[in-house]
Design a protein around this ligand. Structure first.
Ligand code: NDP
Length: 356
């Protein structure tokens, strides 16, 4: 399939354009010379997207798609675009009913693909922002390495069996896995009719400065809120500090979307885009090296520096390095960019954690 190189006449549709990742994807596209059409659920949210990207003038526009689960919701939005980055999907670990996540994730994804099939006559490539959540399996033994052949089938099964009683994270994992699998199946079923191909990008926890309008930590999107709570506040119990997670800089995720448009060989691939694995305590220890004064002044909570926890799983990221030509931003850069943003917002107070 042909690629979509940067050029102001190449327009990319970005769904959920007012969200954390989508704003970075949209802004990076604009910086690289693409035009962007965003979708948002209301005029107000569409305008919030325009505000962030205001300096790009007539290179940006938005369409309101009030309900992504409605048939034909994206029919107008896909007209005259050369590529699509689909990011709109609920991100939450607190929904009781798994269908609150699964229905918009699956119907939204299938809706974008159906509209592209019918009306996206210029579309060459579709990128769906899936997630490492769609890969994550139950860990059978310490040292497990997940790759793009893995699917979160246990999460889907847990939701089937336990419904509302399924673990909170299983509900989200199931929503991402079902949506992504549906997308690949759709492409297979319609392979003789479509003139575009599919790439799915699978990030772990995405970290970095938010572009969206955020006044208080409670306004942060889920990944940033979790990182804020874990590193900048002392709200987690000691045992939870040993919890592991994988991370990536939001700038790398934005670039992964754009590299996926430019590189022919990306077509038809699931791609895990993850910079590394940490535990929360390890992150705090790194922060302490970067900002010793913030710990000396009791501004940040230290935890137990000697009890860092172990990694029991990690991701193989060979495909991202090979296909997208990636070398990832280091954890130190991610933490510095995030801490500087939190400082600028005035959310840190000296003397909060005197024993640090
Ligand atoms: P945000 O919450 O910042 O943005 C989510 C976007 O999706 C918003 O535009 C939101 O609209 C829209 N959305 C949410 N629920 C619905 C719904 N029911 N119907 C229509 N639109 C909806 O999240 P992120 O930027 O973090 O996530 C964006 C994408 O990236 C998601 O697909 C997520 O699964 C994926 N991802 C994110 C990771 C992360 O660490 N942040 C990691 C891996 C994948 P509104 O503002 O109106 O609610």
């Amino acid at each position: 399939m042909p690629t979509v190189p940067p050029n102001q006449s190449k327009r990319v549709l970005v769904t959920g354009a007012n969200g954390f990742l989508a704003l970075w994807v949209a802004r990076t596209l604009l910086e690289q010379g693409y035009a962007v059409r965003g979708t948002a659920r209301s005029e107000e949210k569409g305008k919030a997207f325009l505000d962030v990207c205001r300096k790009y003038g007539d290179q940006i526009e938005y369409r309101v798609v009030e309900d992504i689960t409605k048939d034909g919701a994206f029919d107008e939005a896909v007209k005259d675009v050369d590529a699509i980055a689909h990011l709109a999907s609920p991100v939450s670990f607190t929904r009781e009913d798994p269908n609150d996540l699964i229905i918009p994730a699956v119907k939204g994804t299938m809706g974008v693909l159906r509209s592209a099939l019918k009306f996206g006559t210029n579309v060459k490539r579709i990128i769906i922002t899936s997630s490492c959540a769609a890969v994550m399996r139950d860990v059978k033994a310490p040292g497990s390495i997940f790759n793009e052949d893995d699917w979160a089938d246990e999460a889907i099964q847990a939701v089937k069996e336990h419904g509302k009683e399924a673990p909170a994270r299983a509900k989200y994992r199931a929503s991402k896995a079902l949506a992504e699998r549906g997308a690949w199946e759709f492409c297979e079923q319609h392979k003789d009719e479509i003139q575009w191909d599919l790439v799915t990008i699978l990030p772990p926890v995405v970290i970095g400065p938010p572009l969206q309008d955020v006044s208080t930590p409670a306004d942060l999107n889920l990944s940033l809120h979790e990182v804020y709570q874990a590193v900048f506040t002392d709200t987690l119990p000691a045992e939870a500090l040993k919890t592991q997670y994988s991370y990536v800089h939001v700038r790398d995720i934005a670039e992964a979307h754009i590299e996926s448009l430019k590189r022919e060989e990306a077509g038809g691939n699931r791609i895990i885009v993850s910079a590394g694995t940490e535990t929360i305590q390890r992150t705090r220890n790194r922060m302490c090296k970067l900002y010793p004064e913030m710990y000396a002044s009791g501004t940040l909570p230290r935890g137990n520096p000697d009890d860092v926890g172990d990694f029991i799983w990690t991701y193989n990221t060979d495909r991202s390095r090979r296909i997208l030509g990636f070398s990832y931003r280091a954890i130190e850069e991610i933490l510095r960019d995030t801490a500087e943003d939190v400082k600028l917002r005035g959310w840190l107070k000296e003397g909060q954690y005197p024993s640090s």
